[in-house]
Design a protein around this ligand. Structure first.
Ligand code: TRP
Length: 340
């Protein structure tokens, strides 16, 4: 029997941080034996914000190298760049014609991003979720591991898929959210009420995987805590709880063991120890990243191979869609249609 398909992606911009690692990639790496997995670097999505071309190209490559370094084996997962498979942009156009201004205007992320970048509220920002729907639907995805912030986009994907299927029959698989059995949600160090995010303006909120050791310790030292000097995991202690979660994730200690480890510590000592534990856990991953990013031939090979595999899957869905909506058939695509 065919394994269910899992699809997810990360933006091509910025550096990956420990939230991307502990909250996402680390869980993704466990999926490849039970699922067919595709993990994309969504570089087209990154164009909704002005990018420096050189920086974008390098950071897209870095994200893909981090995927591998963090345990996504390219022999067991399809790892690729969105822009290498033209079908994403093509399907996004078609789906734009089945998405409504009203529903896109209601997207929280669009509202937040357009409030943040008033000088550049471009159409791409508005149709961002349609491109995301195309990403997911092209691969007949069953399950999408996404954080809470992307739930709304997944709902939209489902709505568009169902709307399309109602008119044209069973073309798309309607995807569902994948909730990992154990999921860590890593919060911003200076503001533990919100998720750690690459696009955060305050760099002190994020521990990047490539931060210098001294910087990592400094950021932990400055992490927001509270004033009662008790180290425990509780909803009224978001800062301390976040640090304990990070500690537990990187050491493999349970939450109770973690709390026990610090029963004699003050906040200052606790924060440094969490930082040191993170640094220690990162050592092998950082070494692997360095190895990969300098092995140009290997990485180029993985990238080309991923693009080929993704393209083959995507093309077959796109052809079905084009046929369904009545676009003229291209004999170069080498597929014979049953003409109705
Ligand atoms: N919008 C997602 C984010 O910002 C990234 C993304 C793009 C994605 N396409 C996707 C995630 C498809 C899951 C599936 O995190």
């Amino acid at each position: 029997m065919q394994k269910p398909i899992i699809y997810s992606g990360m933006q091509a911009t910025g550096n990956l941080h420990i939230g991307n690692w502990l909250g996402a990639a680390r869980n993704w790496a466990k999926l490849s034996s039970d699922y067919n997995c595709l993990f994309c670097v969504v570089d087209l999505h990154s164009l909704t914000v002005r990018q420096d071309p050189k920086v974008l190209r390098q950071s897209a490559r870095n994200v893909l190298a981090w995927y591998i370094a963090l345990g996504l084996d390219p022999a067991k997962n399809i790892l690729y760049f969105q822009s290498h498979v033209a079908a994403h942009a093509e399907l996004a156009w078609i789906l734009n014609c089945y998405s409504y201004m009203g529903e896109l205007g209601r997207m929280t992320q669009f509202k937040e991003k357009s409030a943040k970048s008033e000088e550049n509220i471009n159409a791409g920002l508005f149709t961002y979720p349609v491109l995301q729907a195309a990403d997911i639907l092209l691969y007949r995805t069953n399950l999408v591991p996404v954080g809470d912030d992307q739930r709304q986009h997944l709902e939209l994907t489902r709505d568009v898929a169902q709307r399309f299927n109602q008119v044209y029959g069973d073309i798309f698989t309607v995807p569902e959210a994948y909730i990992p059995p154990v999921g860590a949600r890593i919060m911003a160090l200076q503001n533990p009420e919100k998720k750690m995010s690459k696009s955060d303006d305050n760099q002190a909120n994020c521990i990047f995987l490539s931060d210098e050791p001294g910087v990592i310790i400094k950021k932990f030292k400055r992490a927001v805590t509270d004033s009662d000097n008790q180290i425990r995991h509780a909803p009224d202690k978001p800062g301390i709880s976040n640090l304990l979660t990070i500690y537990s994730c990187v050491t493999g200690r349970t939450m109770d063991e973690g709390v026990g480890d610090f029963s004699q510590s003050g906040y200052g000592d606790f924060k440094v120890k969490v930082g040191e534990a993170v640094l220690e856990a990162l050592i092998p991953y950082r070494a692997e990243f360095e190895r990969l990013i300098t092995d140009t031939a290997y990485l180029d090979g993985v990238i080309a191979d991923g693009a080929d595999k993704a393209q083959a899957m995507a093309t077959s869905t796109l052809i079905k869609v084009k046929e369904a909506v009545g676009l003229p058939i291209c004999i170069k695509e080498g597929v014979s249609y049953e003409r109705s």
